[in-house]
Design a protein around this ligand. Sequence first.
Ligand SMILES: [Zn+2]
Length: 504
Amino acid sequence: MGVLTKAVKSLDDGNFDAIVVVAPSTKGLPDLIKSALAPILALDAGTESKGCTLIPISLPAKRLIYSCTGPVDRDYDDLRRFHEAGAAGVKRAFGAGARSPLLMVQGSLPGGSETDAAMAGLLGGFSAVYVPIEMRESVKEKATKVDKLGWLGSEDQLLFASQIEDGLIVGRDIGGSDPERMAPPRVEEYVREVFKGTNISIEVEKGQAHLEREYPCMAAVNRAASLIDRHDARLIWLTYKPEGQIKKTVYLVGKGISYDTGGADIKAGGVMAGMSRDKCGAAAVAGIMKTLSLVKPKGVMVVGALCMVRNSVGENCYVSDEIITSRAGVRIRIGNTDAEGRMAMVDVLCKCKESAVKQPDPSLFTIATLTGHACIAVGDYSIVMDNGPARQAGVAQSLVVAGDKMADLFEISTIRREDWDFNVDKSGEFVSILQANSAPSTRTPRGHQIPSAFLQQVSGLDKHQLKDETPLKYSHIDIAASAGDLPDPTTGRPVAALVKYIIE
Ligand SMILES: [Zn+2]
């Protein structure tokens, strides 16, 4: 579904109009490239170790772009150097008028794999040619940035990278689009189109009365939006079943708030803009399912749930102090309508839990742009937090390792007793859980860990700890910091890391 690609064996292939070389230095590059670079290096030695340089080369492509990764051998370097240089090089190519760049990547992290570095550079190149869906649909002459992308390397590498990229495109399309283009009913329409004729089965639940019965917390968030047909919620299930025996099962629940006004606790003072990006968790789930539909891994069944709801404000909106009983039978009191992400996901997570106990080797995940606190705590990274069974199985650790190989990086955070205690309602009467405090997460110590305790307490996963009869692995992923804020494009993270984790 992405750009046309072609793997080639030689730099003198006549199908391309720019050669993009991604490398930490010119050392070890083919002689032809070195001699083309020699005159510019003689004038400007700095070219060797930084930036993006365009020069002529006597090959059919005519243009050579040397996109330096910068140093990659320090303790704190990672594969993003290759990803960023890949993106910069390809961007430079089409900026120069090229329509068919040929990409090559050389080098690796110290002791690291060249294949991983190549994958990072290639994914960077792909990211540069992504065109947002609104442009593809409405501005024909800007629907593509290049005609094709060449790859000097193996077919297999190119194939896997394009399968990942196809998932990333789905993630960016849903996550990055405006709140009308990707309102819940239109996300349904989009995924039906994307998965038409594939091995992914689709099931959609909708209707306020149905949601109130089955997913009361999600329904509370949808109450205001349910009055407007084009904003009404959709719970979209995407299921991948492998051929042959199923040995493990993965559940991915994604937060898909198509727009977050904050609800009655409205986001005032100019902080609402950008809230169309609050659907990036669900977008990533759809992206992961897209890539899995192409990679077709054996032995693993994957169930994705897109919790598509708009957190609108209006006469019918839910408000603080309301008492709601969750699907798992937990009575909660609303403390802040802007803490709607946990509400949108928690009953869906509960439903997954009910199904998981009957499946082979299940693990559950929630993926969400959940808290501003995540950004304050870790900057641009995704955060993963394990419950007891997941920690024992090393889920977060494995995800970090998988992400490191795909330039899709994670920090591990820990869910602690304070996080569980925080959510317990202090009245001692009325309800057992207070859904949120009234301060923003950024002003709340442990603001990104607290919701992961809530998700367990209110979904009934608290009955599946290590000590219990049926322990269930559960990890919560907060991507508020890594999904990409306006005006930047969405990143599609953590599609690449999760796919790598699932297939390995
Ligand atoms: Zn919110």
